[in-house]
Design a protein around this ligand. Sequence first.
Ligand SMILES: Cc1cc2nc3c(=O)[nH]c(=O)nc-3n(C[C@H](O)[C@H](O)[C@H](O)COP(=O)(O)OP(=O)(O)OC[C@H]3O[C@@H](n4cnc5c(N)ncnc54)[C@H](O)[C@@H]3O)c2cc1C
Length: 155
Amino acid sequence: MSQYDVIIIGAGPAGCASALFLHQKGLRVLVLDRTSFPRDKVCGEFISPAADDILEELGVLDTIQQSNPVRLQGVAISSYGKPELCIDHPPCPGRVKPMTSLSLSRLQLDHLLVQKLTEQGVEVRERHAVDDFLFEENRVTGVKGQDEANRPFTF
Ligand SMILES: Cc1cc2nc3c(=O)[nH]c(=O)nc-3n(C[C@H](O)[C@H](O)[C@H](O)COP(=O)(O)OP(=O)(O)OC[C@H]3O[C@@H](n4cnc5c(N)ncnc54)[C@H](O)[C@@H]3O)c2cc1C
């Protein structure tokens, strides 16, 4: 059976970010996702201004910038028949760059993160659905599930 330090279930932004940071620390990481990428995900597609630094650290900000994403200056709050309230993002103490937020489709963002994993040498297995854990002496030591051809796997 294959051995890993960490197995991450789900290659969404949380799984990919965790995998990249753990990989950078020298851990052997496996990422499993039941779907294949690019995949879409229901989302408002507003990324907080604070995420820029994290995306840069993850090594994907340059690629995002190259795709000419929408940059928002703030937020607008509206309701039927009432005036719209527009508020610019407030300045962040200690930050020189103006505060703007990215708006990017999840189809693009999530795919980009998965591509980054592969580029960095992190093992990603798509179409692998996890449905149970492996236990040893009351500790979780692995996962099991099925791939798209309904073949069982354990890691
Ligand atoms: C309607 C809506 C609007 C939103 N708008 C915003 C917004 O504008 N801005 C914002 O920042 N956040 C927004 N969010 C929240 C945001 O979508 C989530 O916080 C974010 O997607 C969480 O990322 P994640 O990586 O944890 O999970 P996900 O992105 O959901 O990824 C989970 C992954 O795990 C995989 N998976 C699940 N179970 C298994 C399994 N058993 N085996 C293998 N793989 C599995 C799935 O296939 C999926 O790819 C919104 C959410 C909703 C519902």
